[in-house]
Design a protein around this ligand. Structure first.
Ligand code: AMP
Ligand code: ZN
Length: 123
């Protein structure tokens, strides 16, 4: 837990979210300002700022986090197969467009067109 971290507070239930998944290590919830018909955020419960802070020692939990992505996408409205699919985005740092300093994956999908905001978030 990092003081005043929005996603730590959401992970602890101190700030409400539209949760779609949780386990001992991770939490997924709907982005409050969706940029696509499906827009989830997947976060680790432990506070880590961004992918810039990841090392080989993090391969285990990070691999588990990545492996949740296709399941969460399909369970929340992304069609499987080449006509469907999803986009995975993780912004790191100011130049990466990161606003919340707690590592998170954006899982984006659903029928196109998506919002123009994606031009800055995820193109
Ligand atoms: P980033 O710019 O990659 O740091 O993304 C932060 C994301 O968090 C943005 O897409 C916001 O819309 C989203 N966000 C901010 N506050 C909340 C909240 N309280 N609940 C859900 N999503 C949020
Ligand atoms: Zn945090």
């Amino acid at each position: 837990m990092s003081e005043n971290c929005l996603f730590c507070k959401i992970a602890k239930g101190e700030i409400p979210s539209r949760k779609v998944y949780e386990d001992d290590d991770f939490l997924a919830f709907h982005d409050i300002n969706p940029a696509a018909p499906v827009h989830l955020l997947l976060v680790p419960r432990k506070h880590i700022v961004s992918l810039e802070d990841v090392t080989a020692a993090d391969a285990g939990w990070l691999g588990r986090m990545v492996s949740l992505v296709p399941r969460l996408a399909s369970e929340n409205g992304c069609s499987p197969g080449p006509e469907g699919g999803f986009r995975l985005v993780s912004n790191a740092g100011k130049d990466g467009g990161q606003e919340v300093a707690h590592l998170h994956f954006h899982i984006l999908g659903g029928p196109r067109p998506w919002q123009a905001r994606l031009a800055t978030l995820a193109s």
